[in-house]
Design a protein around this ligand. Structure first.
Ligand SMILES: *[C@@H]1O[C@H](CO)[C@@H](O)[C@H](O)[C@H]1NC(C)=O
Ligand SMILES: *[C@@H]1O[C@H](CO)[C@@H](O)[C@H](O)[C@H]1NC(C)=O
Ligand SMILES: *[C@@H]1O[C@H](CO)[C@@H](O)[C@H](O)[C@H]1NC(C)=O
Ligand SMILES: *[C@@H]1O[C@H](CO)[C@@H](O)[C@H](O)[C@H]1NC(C)=O
Ligand SMILES: *[C@@H]1O[C@H](CO)[C@@H](O)[C@H](O)[C@H]1NC(C)=O
Ligand SMILES: *[C@@H]1O[C@H](CO)[C@@H](O)[C@H](O)[C@H]1NC(C)=O
Length: 488
């Protein structure tokens, strides 16, 4: 996600009413899939390819005239689309350490439709300090069968990241606010302005950790991609601000459930607000909660990696973490252990525990990590287990447990600009006063409090223990999943 968003003065989203409706489908591997063309729904469906090791979900797009193919990472935690320039050092200085811009780059000299609209005005820094700088340009943007003419994008002339992004967040989080103090209509807004969708909203279905693709559906929901009820919760404004900048929601409670019982993780943090961020690989909770989650599963913090790690075999353990939002009666998403152990390296042998109770077992990074202070982030390890609708006009999220590997589809478009999320009901008892209310808070359960005596959690899953990671073979750290891009 983008670093330190400016508390910009009240810039509102454009939300003109639109009438015309058209639907397009986008498939990554099979080209445009026209199956649903002509249906009533005004939605655009993009297939997201799951790059597990790079840590992200990517979309194929084409930019400029003639169109240049580029694969971009989808990010709900930032708001600019940007492409790496073919002339950027990160693309040209290819070496053993730098594989170059393998997801594609943009040669701006070759596009006849390009206009530079903000020389040196594009400058974005993400939470992990990775950055991209250059110009704001306008050019044609083809996303599957749809062409958005004149989309404003960043052109990364100087970048520490080799792939571009599609930031689909609020305009009040655009990088242009820090350089020229103004916003522009970004992709979700332009899709609506160009009448390709009815309202500024989309749904995200990331699917299983092992599945190769998920999808983003602009302008609608797919009722086949979730189970149970789709429940609406309020997006929280940033502190002391009357504008919405990120998909921050009130996390009411996190529980760990295993065959031995259920524990509620406690925290000293007054008000637990977490950001739904598809550009972040892992989930980051307050230190005290993360440490309890680690105890539950026998994870340990490894200084070498700077990460909490678990034996990969924990994937087979019968247990889950439940995340409850917006009050005790709000929606609950269960994340099973199968979704919470990620390989550390792409292919080849994985490092193994060289001592301790897990000696000889492969080491995986754990899906729940710690962070000091906000933002607390619900990244892909959480998001895969949920179907999430982002409504940027009504400032609401709708969420439901995902329907993994669903092959059916039943798309329902938003009826009009500002229409409510289809099929969704509001969570009861939502705190009305936003992040400072503190009433939602976490409550400690007896299982945890009595841990010194009964220690129910120590045996909950695999059991903890002192461990040392054997790093005798020279592994190449693929930063994305671990440090760098994980924080986008
Ligand atoms: C990239 O563009 C070429 C034509 O320029 C096209 O044949 C090819 O299918 C495109 N590839 C992808 C992955 O879109
Ligand atoms: C692109 O948008 C700008 C304003 O953002 C406008 O001045 C210009 O005419 C547009 N160009 C095209 C080709 O639509
Ligand atoms: C979904 O499909 C993938 C790939 O075929 C498979 O590995 C995974 O186990 C499936 N997940 C579920 C929950 O069925
Ligand atoms: C989630 O887990 C809780 C127990 O922690 C259980 O009561 C609930 O039915 C589960 N929900 C789903 C959708 O599986
Ligand atoms: C996470 O926890 C570990 C172990 O307590 C600590 O060493 C590390 O500094 C923490 N990381 C952050 C970002 O707070
Ligand atoms: C939430 O609201 C429902 C119905 O309005 C009520 O029955 C329930 O007791 C409330 N729960 C809390 C925790 O306030």
């Amino acid at each position: 996600m983008k670093a330190s968003p400016l508390a910009a003065a009240g810039v509102a989203l454009a939300s003109t009413a639109q009438a015309q409706v058209v639907q397009f489908d986008i498939q990554k591997r099979d080209g445009p899939n026209l199956r649903d063309l002509g249906r009533r729904a005004a939605t655009i469906n993009g297939v997201l390819s799951n790059q597990q090791i790079q840590g992200g979900y990517f979309l194929n797009v084409e930019v400029g005239t003639p169109p240049q193919n580029i694969t971009l990472q989808l990010d709900t935690g930032s708001s600019d689309v940007w492409v790496p320039s073919s002339s950027a050092d990160i693309c040209t200085q290819v070496s053993q350490r730098n594989p170059g811009c393998t997801f594609g780059s943009f040669d701006s000299d070759k596009s006849t439709s390009l206009r530079t609209v903000g020389k040196d005005e594009f400058d974005i820094t993400y939470v992990d300090n990775s950055f991209s700088k250059g110009d704001y340009i306008q050019d044609d943007f083809h996303i599957g069968g749809v062409t958005v003419s004149n989309l404003t994008m960043g052109l990364g002339l100087d970048s520490s990241i080799a792939n571009g992004l599609i930031g689909v967040g609020y305009i009040n989080d655009e990088a242009s606010l820090s350089t020229i103090r103004s916003t522009y209509p970004n992709l979700p807004v332009v899709l609506q302005q160009e009448k390709l969708i009815n309202t500024v909203a989309y749904s995200l279905w990331l699917n299983d950790l092992d599945a190769s693709a998920g999808s983003i559906l602009f302008g609608g929901i797919d009722t086949e991609k979730y189970q149970g009820d789709l429940t609406k919760i309020n997006i929280q404004r940033a502190d002391n601000s009357n504008v919405f900048t990120e998909f921050a929601v009130e996390l009411f409670e996190v529980q760990a459930t295993s065959p031995s019982g259920t524990d509620t993780l406690s925290t000293s943090v007054d008000s637990l607000v977490a950001v739904l961020d598809s550009g972040t690989t892992l989930t980051y909770l307050p230190q005290d909660m993360a440490e309890q989650a680690w105890k539950e599963v026998g994870a340990s913090f490894n200084e070498e990696f700077g990460l909490a790690v678990v034996p990969c075999s924990i994937r087979n353990v019968n247990g889950h973490f439940s995340f409850t939002f917006a009050g005790a009666d709000g929606p609950k998403i269960n994340v099973t252990m199968a979704e919470l152990a990620l390989d550390l390296f792409s292919g080849g042998p994985q490092p193994k525990f060289s001592s301790g109770p897990n000696q000889g077992q492969s080491v995986c990074e754990f899906g729940i990590q710690n962070t000091t202070g906000s933002p607390f982030l619900l990244g892909d390890t959480f998001l895969r287990s949920a179907f999430v609708v982002y409504d940027l006009v009504n400032n609401e999220i709708a969420i439901a447990p995902t329907n993994f590997n669903s092959t059916k589809t039943n798309v329902v478009a938003f009826a009009s600009s500002g229409a409510p999320i289809p099929s969704a009901t509001s969570a009861p008892n939502q705190s009305k006063s936003g992040p400072s209310s503190g009433t939602g808070g976490m409550s400690a359960a007896s299982g945890f409090q009595d841990s010194d005596n009964a220690a129910p959690y120590t045996s909950a899953f695999s059991g903890p223990g002192a461990i040392i990671v054997g790093m005798t073979i020279g592994y190449t750290l693929l930063g994305g999943a671990i440090f760098g891009a994980g924080w986008l």
